[in-house]
Design a protein around this ligand. Structure first.
Ligand SMILES: [Zn+2]
Length: 371
């Protein structure tokens, strides 16, 4: 018990920072974390109708429940692309998110297949690696046929033509890494806490993600065409559970990239809030690192390539190279390194945690010490 005490103090300090924000002390507009919640389809576009269920209704119900939870946090601002049963073109959805300068775009859908396939999958924008992923993107993109000027609006994009998808990923590449981080959190919540079947984090060319200028994911919550999964998703309790998982994934994500409000509170230097002064916060079996960037480019991890920061480490994950700054078991030290990275211009860098070589959320890392 004695050894856990310092960790509990850290937890307490973290909790303090996260809960003691008084709206009067900072500009709420600048410090809020803006999440755009996008319920797929709507109005004349029902989405898929597998099992006789309506995708547009289920997606909206889940989204509204996610929003309701997020809105309880004054540091988070929620914007819906639709909150009723209306038709919103795909490009308009992205525009709403861009106009709001959102920090995150989350689109919710339901899958369909001509088999009894089931499970959840979360997509980030990219080139599909197989036909199955392409089919999902094709189906979700085909809603543009319901728009009058889709030829003009989407510059000749043809959802059914593989050629149309080439070169689609460029704009989102900058945010790919953070999108994957969120997608990973979402899938983990679905599978670890709700025991849904994990179909994984995937890439495909979704038009709705193509033009957003922020980390963006599209969640396929499950298959309406699967008898039991369809019934689960159509039920109020199923929707509550899925919404809760998505909500807590967004919450973990926002903590991982360090809420803007934290910076604001630090700037206001309230004496009560002092994460940096916690002395003994050694998390023995956890390694914290600051993720600076992820790229398909292979750079030498020397300080001259990273604005003078040192030490920088490079790790390969699939096709991407990830670049990390620092490696420490101390949570306060990693926060200091994170501040240093941001001051050098790595504004979208964030803290990641590893346990036994596996990436876990920072929340999980902090909580793990209490056990
Ligand atoms: Zn859909």
């Amino acid at each position: 018990m004695r050894t856990n005490l310092p960790k509990l103090l850290v937890l307490l300090a973290v909790t303090l920072v996260l809960t003691s924000s008084s709206p009067a002390k900072y500009d709420p507009i600048k410090s809020q974390f803006v999440v755009v919640l996008d319920a797929g389809h709507g109005g004349k576009d029902p989405g898929n109708r597998g099992g006789g269920f309506e995708e547009k209704d289920i997606a909206l119900n889940i989204i509204l429940k996610v929003g309701k939870e997020l809105q309880k946090n004054p540091n988070i601002k929620v914007i819906y692309t639709r909150s009723t049963d209306v038709f919103i073109p795909l490009d308009k959805r992205a525009q709403i998110a861009n106009d709001a300068k959102a920090d995150l775009f989350v689109s919710v859908h339901c899958n369909a297949h001509n088999s009894q396939a089931y499970g959840t999958e979360t997509f980030v924008l990219g080139l599909h690696r197989n036909q199955a992923n392409f089919e999902v993107a094709k189906r979700e993109n085909s809603v543009i046929f319901l728009e009058e000027d889709y030829h003009v609006t989407y510059d000749g994009f043809d959802p059914n033509s593989p050629e149309s998808y080439i070169g689609m990923t460029i704009m989102q590449e900058e945010y790919l890494d953070q999108s994957i981080l969120l997608a990973d959190f979402v899938q983990k919540k679905f599978t670890r806490e709700l025991k849904r079947n994990d179909r994984g984090v995937k890439q495909a060319g979704f038009l709705v993600l193509r033009q957003t200028y922020m980390p963006s994911v599209l969640i396929e919550t499950g298959f309406l065409t699967n008898t039991s999964e369809g019934a689960f998703l159509n039920s109020n309790s199923g929707q509550e559970k899925m919404a809760d998982a998505i909500y807590s994934a967004i919450n973990d994500y926002s903590h991982s990239i360090n809420l803007a409000v934290l910076e604001n509170l630090e700037k206001n230097s309230s004496p009560k809030i002092a994460t940096q002064t916690v002395l003994d916060d050694n998390f023995e079996d956890i390694t914290f690192k600051v993720q600076l960037a992820a790229s398909s480019r292979k750079l030498e991890p020397r300080s001259s390539n990273f604005k003078g920061l040192t030490p920088v480490f490079r790790e390969q994950e699939g096709k991407l190279y990830k670049y990390y700054f620092g490696a420490t078991t101390s949570y306060s030290q990693i926060n200091q390194l994170h501040s240093e990275a941001k001051s050098k211009g790595y504004k979208s860098s964030y803290v990641v945690a590893f346990k036994g070589g596996e990436k876990i959320t920072v929340n999980e890392a902090l909580k793990s010490q209490g056990k």
